[in-house]
Design a protein around this ligand. Structure first.
Ligand code: SF4
Length: 113
């Protein structure tokens, strides 16, 4: 049996979760909603993070991020894919890489020129 404590990052409340894994059974306490349970289970089995970085454009660097979680072991590869780009012009919400590295999430611009 393995017990871990973690903070849920799914909303600003930041609930302190206690997660117990016993074989295939995962029990979560301290959550105020089911998103905390889902977060804790994913954290134990296949942790993901939203990648926030910047992309080069002809008008300087612009903020961008993934529109969903990327497996933690692919974060640096995703950043490298974004670093390969040099775009002419972008606007808020533009998808600059669709399904980045087959993760099922897109990279979107979060700033205007
Ligand atoms: S468990 Fe629910 S309420 Fe608590 S931080 Fe996570 S999302 Fe927010």
């Amino acid at each position: 049996m393995e017990t871990r404590e973690m903070i849920c990052i799914m909303c600003p409340m930041g609930c302190n979760l206690k997660v117990t894994k016993d074989g295939n059974k995962i029990e979560v306490t301290g959550n105020n909603c089911m998103r905390g349970v889902n977060f804790a289970k994913e954290e134990l089995t296949a942790p993901k993070r939203i990648v926030t970085t910047s992309v080069k454009t002809s008008k300087g660097v612009k903020a961008c991020k993934t529109n969903g979680g990327v497996p933690k072991d692919k974060i640096f590869d995703v950043v490298k894919e974004i670093e390969k780009l040099h775009l002419k012009s972008v606007k808020f919400g533009d998808v600059i890489i669709k399904d980045v590295l087959g993760t099922g999430v897109d990279v979107v611009v979060t700033a205007n020129d």
